[in-house]
Design a protein around this ligand. Structure first.
Ligand code: DX5
Ligand code: ZN
Length: 232
């Protein structure tokens, strides 16, 4: 079930964490030229911040002109993640650190016709996942500690992206690599070069005067620096 990610492409996913929630409909329209909208779900336990629940995600799905990419920063992913697939998210990403049985959960989510992502906090190594990476459509390498927008990009995550991309290519798998946190015009090229092909950007896009221009600038920079990983 790779519908949300054709892995020969590159995708820009604006995060609405930095949007104006009083005007959420217009804020969704502002980014309609992007590939998906990234929705950060936080439960105040897995991360020290609280955002949307499944009912709000369902309303965002109904209102959004583009698909919804749900990033769950919540505990008890095994029980909670399927609810977000049922809410209509096109892809559901849970944290490896919050799942007791990640493979069973990935299979359950795929049965609900959603693409499945697995996310790693910066200090979580990717190696234990590599043998089972084909169970997922997408690997999210966090490039900040999850919880807040507007933090600085962690350069030290680039080797992790490189190792994951090498392992995925070696196994001839179709798995996207998403980066999230501090992605901007200054950092996106290095992410693309390392092998990422899905780029989340919150403050870079929502703080821009012209969000559509920012989306296309990011897309051009990613395409210029990452094509060799994804071209077939
Ligand atoms: C952080 C969230 C991110 C956040 C990114 O925990 O997962 O999606 O919105 O924001 P920026 O792009 O501002 O770092
Ligand atoms: Zn996120």
């Amino acid at each position: 079930m790779n519908s949300a990610y054709a892995t020969d492409g590159q995708y820009i996913h604006p995060s609405i964490l930095n949007a104006d929630f009083m005007r959420i409909g217009e804020e969704l329209d502002r980014i309609s030229s992007a590939d998906s909208v990234h929705v950060d779900v936080m439960d105040n336990h897995f991360v020290p911040n609280l955002t949307f629940g499944a009912a709000m995600v369902e309303q965002i799905v109904e209102r959004s002109p583009i698909p919804v990419d749900a990033h769950l920063m919540i505990e008890d992913a095994d029980r909670q993640a399927p609810v977000f697939a049922e809410a209509g998210a096109s892809s559901v990403t849970f944290h490896l650190e919050a799942a007791a049985a990640p493979i069973r959960l990935a299979r359950e989510l795929r049965r609900k016709n959603t693409a499945v992502g697995v996310a790693l906090r910066p200090a979580t190594p990717v190696e234990p996942l590599l043998d089972v990476i084909g169970e997922f459509d997408m690997l999210l390498v966090m490039t900040v500690e999850p919880g807040f927008g507007g933090q600085s990009f962690l350069e030290t995550m680039l080797p992790k992206i490189r190792r994951a991309r090498a392992a995925i290519s070696e196994s001839n798998l179709q798995v996207s690599i998403q980066v999230d946190g501090g992605v901007s015009r200054e950092t996106i090229e290095r992410c693309a070069e390392a092998g990422a092909n899905v780029f989340v950007a919150g403050s870079a896009i929502y703080r821009a005067h012209d969000a559509a221009a920012e989306i296309s600038a990011l897309r051009d920079l990613a395409a210029a620096h990452g094509a060799h990983h994804n071209g077939h």
